[in-house]
Ligand binder design. Structure first.
Ligand code: ZN
Length: 501
């Protein structure tokens, strides 16, 4: 009898492990583990494309994962930056014409009701530019305890080519919902929506999102659609995403969708019907995922979508979703943007950082990761060395011009995004100098050690938030080199690049 039970158990264990290996559940297991005890959003979004607004009901099961008592919580409301009386807007005056091709117009967010565990809550709009929502619990919340917060609101969309808005055949819904702010050193981080960089900072969470949208659109979202239904002229999609830092939705008309499975991840390219280079885009995305999986560590999610949309910048990253601007025409530029934005799935998505205070951490890493990709993929006719040489030449030229015009130059890579003098200064210090710095580090510690440092940094901080100090300490320990001085001089602006500091 015992023997038969043993045999039965062994058979079951064998079948379960076979099943796990067949459906790639080891990654699913890792995600399930990462998603435990996270705050969860249950979001109901109805997209009204007649009045161009979103009718939203958002329930947040907030878990106090901090080690202190909390009596309130704050949500960043990036949608508020599009309202008419906003003092800090998410675009520069130089870009205003590109953001509003049909003239400046406005959007915004209106909070209708806020409930705590079903009862009216004490809430107010806070922040330097009325950019956040503060909700009081009416009691102290112990660490590990949770509370349910329901927010009913309407988001009005501006006609624009920005992260949030509608233009021609697309509706871009990036950073549209009130998202939990991170609590640090006694306060919630509620920076306004600056025009420079991607000024966001959030923890990972779980999402269940129901989206009702006109059926004429193709839907692209973070996570995966788990259920679909038709309701008259609308489609209703239910989406699920575990352990992600944000949730974005993009809708496009006249689209075509192409899929390919790579390393157990379904890669989808959502392009325009008349796209001639969809195959190249899909191929580049597949190659990027394969390369970064191998170089940094496995992307644990089962979906990654690349969507083409009207967008003022070249591209933008969201968890499981990247957008590429339809204004890009040169194939090599499109490939560069796809690779860069996919690199952000590792540096921003999985390893999070404060993108306002330490933008170099995700942008410098994503840009250098792109250079590494081209080192392996010579078929694009752009070599790693060309990218580094171009970066060095561009940086020197920029520094020369600024020195001539201003008499001095700020070369710190560690400023807050709003402290850079211009978008140019931000780009050169964060992206361009990031590439030059990591290439220089490669010369100091060798390529093998540098790649080991990236891997260790990824594995140590995935699903978490890392800081500059975390990166330096990880690189120091992994390489065995005393490299604090190296990073200090580069980041503070004392290192010499060519003839220019
Ligand atoms: Zn980037």
């Amino acid at each position: 009898m015992k023997k038969r039970i043993m045999r039965f158990l062994m058979l079951n264990i064998f079948l379960i492990s076979l099943l796990l290996s067949l459906c790639g559940c080891s990654d699913y297991g890792q995600l399930t583990k990462a998603s435990k005890n996270l705050s969860a959003y249950n979001l109901d979004v109805k997209i009204d494309d007649i009045n161009m607004q979103l009718l939203c009901n958002q329930e947040v099961d907030f878990i106090n994962n901090y080690s202190v008592l909390l009596d309130k919580v704050c949500f960043n409301m990036y949608a508020a930056a599009y309202r008419e009386d906003a003092e800090i807007v998410p675009y520069t005056s130089a870009n205003q014409g590109k953001v509003f091709p049909n003239g400046v117009n406005f959007g915004g967010i209106e909070i209708k009701t806020v409930l705590i565990s079903g009862q009216d809550a004490d809430y107010k709009i806070v922040g330097q530019d009325n950019n956040a929502l503060e909700v009081k619990f009416g009691k102290s919340l112990e660490p590990h305890d949770s509370v349910s917060i329901s927010i009913n609101y309407v988001v009005k969309l501006a006609e624009c080519t920005h992260r949030l808005g509608y233009f021609e055949n697309s509706i871009n819904l990036g950073n549209f919902f009130p998202i939990l702010a991170i609590y640090k050193q006694g306060e919630f981080i509620i920076d306004p929506y600056y025009s420079t960089g991607d000024p966001f900072y959030s923890d990972i969470a779980n999402f269940n999102v129901k989206i009702e949208y006109p059926e004429i659109y193709t839907l692209a979202t973070t996570g995966k659609v788990t259920k679909e239904a038709i309701n008259g002229n609308s489609k209703i999609a239910e989406c699920n995403a575990l352990a992600v830092r944000d949730f974005a939705i993009f809708l496009t008309k006249n689209s075509c969708v192409f899929n390919k499975i790579v390393d157990k991840t379904q890669i989808s390219y959502v392009g325009y019907e008349d796209d001639v280079n969809f195959q190249e885009c899909l191929d580049a995305a597949c190659k990027a995922l394969t390369f970064f999986n191998k170089t940094f560590g496995k992307y644990p999610y089962s979906a990654l979508t690349i969507v083409k949309a009207p967008f003022v910048h070249g591209g933008m990253e969201y968890p499981n979703l990247v957008i590429i601007s339809d204004s890009l025409t040169e194939e090599i530029d499109i490939v560069k943007v796809i690779v860069h934005e996919i690199a952000h799935q590792w540096w921003y998505g999985l390893v999070g950082n404060n993108e306002i205070d330490e933008a170099w951490l995700d942008e410098g890493l994503a840009e250098y990761s792109t250079a590494l990709f081209f080192k392996e993929h010579m078929e694009y006719g752009l070599s790693y060395q060309e990218i580094v040489n171009q970066a060095t030449a561009m940086y020197s030229l920029y520094a020369d011009i600024v020195n001539t015009v201003q008499g001095n130059i700020k070369t710190s890579m560690k400023l807050k995004v709003n402290e850079y003098n211009s978008e140019y200064e931000y780009s050169y210090m964060v992206y361009v100098k990031g590439v030059i710095m990591f290439d220089n580090l490669k010369e100091v510690i060798g390529e093998k050690r540098l790649l080991a440092c990236f891997k260790k940094y990824f594995n140590t901080y995935k699903y978490k938030i890392a800081t500059t100090d975390d990166l330096i300490m990880t690189f120091k320990k992994t390489s065995g080199y005393d490299i604090e001085g190296f990073f200090d001089s580069w980041l503070s602006g004392q290192a010499i690049v060519g003839n220019i500091s």
